[in-house]
Design a protein around this ligand. Structure first.
Ligand code: HEM
Length: 496
């Protein structure tokens, strides 16, 4: 009695669509929709999966190859599975290509269990210390915002106040925050070593998600082939390994246990303390640390970068909202002083605007795949052990049962009658349950400081006559906006 779903084809399951050559798809669309049909864009996976729930219900199944996948749609099903049945649904699947690269260590892709719990508890506590006090990342984020502002201005001047694509700059700033957190230092945007590292990381993700390397999941031996993307996967892996291992070694040789500088230091100190206590079941090792640092980059850069890019795009599409945000910031933060976290409580409309963009876009639309660790009964169905679970967070944010006019962009929905921000339990951009995002607090800090800093300094507009980018986004592990360019105009003269 597994959940219902569309009938799978032999071997390929319900993934036939992705295997059909493009010219055949174009032909089918022309046949179905008439002459213009071939130009019709494919519906985005998150929308398609949400619509399938109208046919099969909030808990339904599809097959990826022979793998059973259960899709949870809407708030009730997602919350019920990830909180009321957390013990069963908090595991992660063993996806061969990812397991080869992560050895199932770190946090993001680690199996649910004692090791994951130990490592997550430590990292979560460590991340909290970067929110406040001596190690606070606030000044570092403010510094990044200042540099982005200068670069935006310089680029705008260079193109005669024409439109520019902010993606590279935002990505550099966000990555530098993770560098400060992990390595205790930032890199210059033009630093070759840094640029190469960032390019390698995004290339690695791109290959794993969107290339023939996906076939490694079906035929693991392909990983060892000496050509094409298969060879590239191993080259990218070994170069990232060399870079991160050198960083850890550098930290080990200059470590002062009384003054940790960053997460690597904190981890090395914890590791030494556990060793002093004698033989235990400790999972702390330099090898494990390596995978944790990798995870922070994987989980903390694309997510935050894409959220900021979506925010700038929405502000350009809704100038009235942008105007209200400008006014609110101007009334609270004097020109010449950078916005700080202490301003947050007095900027409710600004905060509500960030939340509304996060609601509309659900940047991690299907969370990170979960897996049932044992066979279980759920909402009248049997979910066999090993079933992959996709919590459709995008559907939660568009659920008409809990949001009024869910497809309309309206920041005020997050304000109560006194104009204060009201938390909504149905707002889940960071997921829910035991696997909820570990970097939520850091991400909120970055979003707030970067958004307010940029809004204080600039007005963002789409260039006149520019075609509107498709708003359903580019689907991947994160939902990214399609590349766009904006005109950036300073509001109070050049940034200090
Ligand atoms: C997991 C969202 C930023 C670290 C996740 C998940 C989501 C998410 C939806 C998956 C939850 C699940 O599987 O059920 C976001 C969004 C971000 C963001 C929207 C930015 C706007 C960050 C940052 C960090 C981070 C800055 C760390 C520096 C992690 C980690 C996990 C995770 C380690 C895996 C947790 C686990 O498996 O136990 N995030 N994230 N995230 N996130 Fe984030």
């Amino acid at each position: 009695n597994i959940p219902p779903g569309p009938a799978p084809l032999p071997i390929i399951g319900n993934c036939g669509y992705f295997l059909v050559p493009k010219f055949i798809l174009k032909w089918i669309r022309r046949y179905k929709y008439g002459d213009d049909g071939s130009k019709r864009r494919m519906q985005s996976p998150q929308v398609l999966l949400t619509e399938l729930a109208e046919v099969y219900g909030a808990v339904y199944s599809v097959f990826i190859g022979s793998q059973l996948v259960v899709i949870l749609t809407g708030y009730d099903a997602v919350r019920d599975a990830l909180t009321n049945h957390a013990e069963v649904f908090s595991d992660r699947p063993d996806v061969p290509v990812i397991s080869m690269l992560t050895k199932r260590r770190g946090i993001v892709f680690a199996p649910y269990g004692q090791v994951w719990r130990q490592q997550r508890r430590f990292c979560h506590a460590a991340l909290r210390s970067f929110g406040l006090g001596k190690l606070s990342l606030e000044p570092c984020i403010q510094e990044e915002v200042l540099l982005v502002k200068r670069e935006l201005l310089q680029l705008s001047v260079e193109v005669g106040w024409g439109a520019i694509d902010p993606a590279h700059l935002i990505n550099g700033a966000v990555s530098n925050v993770i560098c400060s957190l992990s390595f205790g230092r930032r890199f210059q945007p033009l630093d070759d070593e840094f640029r190469a590292m960032l390019d390698l990381m995004s290339r690695g993700l791109e290959i794993v998600m969107n290339s023939a390397a996906i076939l490694i999941n079906v035929f693991p031996w392909l990983y060892y082939l000496p050509f094409g993307v298969f060879k590239e996967v191993r080259t990218v892996e070994s170069r990232i390994t060399r870079f991160l291992k050198a960083m850890i070694a550098e930290h080990r040789s200059s470590l002062d246990p009384s003054a940790p500088r960053d997460l690597i230091d904190m981890y090395l100190i914890e590791m030494a303390q556990q060793q002093e206590r004698g033989p235990t079941d400790s999972s702390f090792s330099e090898d494990y640390l390596f995978y944790i640092i990798g995870d922070l980059f994987i989980a903390g850069t694309d997510t935050t970068t894409n959220t900021i890019l979506w925010i700038l795009l929405y502000m350009s599409l809704y100038p009235d909202v942008q105007e209200k945000v400008h006014q609110e910031i101007d009334s609270v933060v004097p020109v010449g002083r950078a916005p700080s976290l202490t301003d947050k409580a007095r900027l409710p409309y600004t905060e509500a605007s960030i939340m509304e963009v996060q609601r509309m876009t659900a940047v991690v639309p299907l969370a990170i795949p979960h897996m049932a660790s044992q066979t279980t009964e759920f909402r009248g169905y049997t979910i066999p052990r090993g079933t992959v679970i996709f919590p459709n967070l995008w559907s939660v944010h568009r659920d008409p049962a809990v949001w009024e006019k869910p497809d309309v962009f309206n920041p005020s929905r997050f304000l109560d009658s006194n104009g204060e921000v009201q938390r909504r339990e149905h707002f889940l951009p960071f997921g829910i349950g035991r696997r909820v995002c570990m970097g939520e607090q850091l991400a909120k800090m970055e979003l707030f400081l970067m958004f307010t800093g940029l809004m204080q300094a600039f007005t963002f507009r789409l260039p006149e006559g520019a075609a509107l980018p498709a708003m359903d986004g580019r689907f991947g592990l994160t939902l990214a906006p399609f590349p766009y360019s904006l005109r950036v105009t300073p509001r109070h003269g050049p940034p200090a």
